[in-house]
Each structure stands twice: as structure tokens, then as C-alpha cells.
Design a protein. Sequence first.
Length: 369
Amino acid sequence: MTAPDEKPTFNISDRAKLRSTLLQATDEPVLIHLNADTTWLVSLPYPPTAATTKPAAAAGRSSRFNILLDPWLQGPQSDVASWFSTQWHLVAPSVQTIDELNLLLIEAEQGEEVAAEKKAKTGKDGKPRSLIDVVAISHEFTDHCHETTLKELPRETPVFATEKAADLIRSWKHFDSVTTTPGFSSDTGDWQKTLSVSPLPGWVGIGRVITAGNALYYHSAVMIAFKSVAPASDKNTTNTSDPSDNRSHTAAVVYSPHGIKATDLAPVKTAGIETRVLLHGLHDVGIWMTKQLNLGALNGLEAVRASGAKYWVATHDEEKKGGGFIAPLLRRTKYTVADAVRSETKNMGDEAPDYRFVELGSGDALVLV
């Protein structure tokens, strides 16, 4: 495991750093934790092969492809009914609204003056043009699929969601496009044909990692696959601006807020997809005497090994304020990566994974080098 001081992290409150990172990390994805729980922004650089279709910043579009994961910002979330289960953030999200996030991205990419001008001179719907290209939803539960937050997005924002979540979102009649996230398994051939469906560009795909008999998908993962320039260790003298550059390969962000069994990740590695980062929690959370919810750090270490992830980033570990029938029944065991390493790595021998563990707080960002 790589030493902590090697983590290329910063907080988005440092606007100058955010701006320089988004503009200069032209080959590298940037991962931003928007709250202390499990809301993420994945900002992807356009690959050389997509240079001709890259939107121009001058036209009000982003110079990067921005994917929003499971947005829940302000207000409570409640499942079934408020008396059954209600939770509130204890740690303030780094942005309070989708509009605030959008203006932050505009400022980062186009400067403070442009952001101020766009804030004053809004578009046809009363807001600046959105720089959120797509939203991905992992589960129908309202800490992942938060109606109030999602409805702050423009109607034209494409949404990819698991089956139950997609049905729920369609029932709101707010979004023009809601796509049920396609499955990815050992039976999947070409990932682009299966996962890169309209309105996604051809170099990006969004899928759900599934295995036979795992139809309920609670312990599963959303996979964002994308064409990427090969890591520095693989670089040669090939011209990176050449669309035929054979250094382009497929990388992925694998997001599993409740955890996923290590064996379920085998198809990702088998397909030759590099897991750049695995988002998997540390805490083991369950409902007393009934159901395990979050699989925790011990499972996470196995998942890192199975996927070959370069980074392991903790997610969905915020201890929220809870109320309702379920709150007193929740049981949380707080593991750390050190616990997982002590418990499992000594038994792995030469098979122990080589990865970098990163824990990001609200507003923290990581450059996925």
C-alpha cells in the first residue's frame, strides 16, 4: 500500500487549485467528494481520439466530461415513510445546491468573471448552462436517489439508474431521458457496444456489474468505463495527439457504496479494464438480527485485490443523524484499512494487493494519476 504522503489530493475550497487541476490534468480523471457520505463528481478528460467532438468552453460547454453520482445535498432523506427511517447529514456538503456546483465548475474552467457574468445573465430556463453531462444512480434508496436534489438539475440532463431507481425517477416526470443502466458481466463482449449507449459519447460507458443470481443488485457496483491515455509507466514516444495512438486503453471508476463481493468483480479484470479507483466503504453496517447493509473494510480489501484497483477510496461512511423505527436497529462496526490489512494481508502472501488508500472528506478531491 502506497504511503499517505503520495496522495495527490486537495479541497475544492482552494479555487485556484481546483482551476489549475481541471485545466492542467488533461490526461487524468479527477474525483470530487461533494458530501461526507456518497455523493461524487467524476470529471473525465476527453481522450485524444475525441478531440474533434470535444465541446468548446467558448460555447459554454465544459472542457471535461462530468458525471454526478448519487447526489444528495440539503434536506433529509426518508425511505418508506418518515416514521420508518429518516436521516440528515451531520457534515455539511461542500456545495449546498446543484446551481452552486455548476457555478463552481464554470468558475474553475472559465474564471471568476465568466462565472459572475453567467450568474447574472442566465439561460432560457433561468440558470446558466449546466456542466453536468450525466447523472448515475446506484440504488432507489433516497440517500442515493434524492428527489429534491435531483430535481434541481435541468430536465435535459441524462440520467442512468438501476431498474427500480429508473422507474422511480420516471414517475416524477422531470427528466427527458432516463436510461436503465445496462448490466456488465462475464457474458459481456464489447463494453462500448453494451455500455456506451445514447446519449453517452462513444468513449464513455456506464454499467452495473452483475453476476448470475444477483438480480436484486444491493451489493453490486456502478462502473464508469472510459477510454484513457495509458499510465506514465506505459508511455512511449508515440504522439499523444494522434487518434490512432495505441496507448489509449480502457479504465474504470467502480463505485460500490454498499460493497460488492470480490468474485463479482472478476469480469472487469478479465475484460482488460483497468480499475483506476474502487469506491468502497470501511464501515460494516447492518440492521439488527436481519440484514447486512454495508460490507465494510474486510470485504473492501478482497475487492481491491480482485479488481486490481490502483486506488481504494472510502465511501458511504458518514455517521448521519437518524430518526424513525429503523434508526435504533442499525449496527455499525467501524473498521479501518489497518484492521483489514492486519486481518487479511498476512494470509495473502504474494497475492496482497498493491494499492493506494485514500479517505476523502466533504469537498476533498483526488487526481487519479
